[in-house]
Unconditional design. Structure first.
Length: 100
């Protein structure tokens, strides 16, 4: 799988709005992404405003297709409004399960 790990800090009082954005993304953007996709959202232990995202597409081609979609870009610009600054992003290649 190929995707990203992101870190961001929520502005005060924006958790519900973040949840609304995630619901919107799953409804409006996710159906246009081909194949398997994993998205996780959480926070740093003990700091609920320090948000962590993991988003993994089935492969790099699907991930790049998502990144190039105009509706994803539009969503991303609005999504960033709930954070104190630009999230940090780290592209990653991940394997599902353990190798023996």
């Amino acid at each position: 799988m190929f995707g990203t790990i992101a870190h961001a800090t929520l502005k005060p009082g924006q958790r519900d709005r973040l949840d609304d954005f995630m619901t919107e993304w799953k409804r409006d953007v996710r159906p246009k992404v081909p194949g398997a996709f994993v998205e996780l959202i959480g926070h740093q232990a003990g700091n609920p405003d320090a948000v962590v995202f993991v988003a993994l597409a089935q492969d790099e081609a699907a991930y790049r297709k998502l990144a190039a979609m105009p509706e994803q870009h539009e969503f991303y610009l609005r999504f960033n409004e709930v954070f104190t600054g630009e999230p940090t992003w780290e592209d990653v290649e991940m394997e599902w399960g353990l190798k023996e």
